[in-house]
Design a protein. Structure first.
Length: 191
């Protein structure tokens, strides 16, 4: 089935309105559990922290699930969500593919090879497309999405409580710790 690119572009539009927070979700290729180990989540957070410092956005929440990621952030003035996602995803993907090529080339071929309709071959960590992007306009919705992010591992049956999941901002919010990555509590609306 041929997809009309004009329709696809309209449905995947991002709105970079100054002052709007964003709730982002993006999935691994074919929703495979690429984040099941410890290296991929740790490398993702290292890269996220580097991009945060480089582009100056406020990170308010995250969870890394086995096959997808949720982020809640406030872009810096003049930043676009597309640019933020590109800097988050591309260097991380390059690192994962390089590592996999060296340590497990059979995994690369069996699980990460994407043959596109035009016959072009590439290796993917992320699902095609930009993922899900929702602008957040109210404090109520910010809190609701943050609770949703933190409860995700519990809803999925991966843990019994949010604090048991190591790849989430839950403990950062509860304890004030900036490990494994700093949360920008000071920019989160409180009224």
């Amino acid at each position: 089935m041929e997809v009309d690119r004009k329709i696809l572009r309209k449905t995947c539009r991002r709105y970079d309105n100054v002052g709007d927070a964003h709730f982002l979700t993006f999935s691994s290729f074919r929703r495979q559990p690429f984040f099941s180990g410890k290296d991929a989540p740790r490398w993702f957070l290292e890269n996220l922290n580097n991009v945060k410092a480089r582009l100056g956005f406020s990170l308010w929440g995250y969870v890394i699930m086995p096959e997808h990621v949720h982020l809640m952030l406030l872009p810096a003035k003049g930043s676009s969500i597309s640019a933020i996602l590109r800097f988050i995803k591309k260097p991380f993907t390059d690192r994962i593919i390089k590592y996999t090529r060296e340590s497990s080339p059979e995994f690369l071929e069996a699980r990460m090879l994407d043959i596109q309709p035009n016959g072009r071959k590439s290796y993917r960590f992320w699902q095609r497309g930009g993922g899900y992007d929702r602008n957040i306009f109210s404090i109520h919705e910010l809190r609701e999405k943050l609770e949703y992010i933190h409860a995700n591992p519990v809803r999925r049956g991966l843990t019994e409580t949010p604090e048991e999941w190591p790849w989430s901002s839950y403990l950062a919010w509860e304890t004030g710790s900036d490990f494994p990555i700093a949360i920008d509590r000071g920019t989160f609306p409180t009224f």
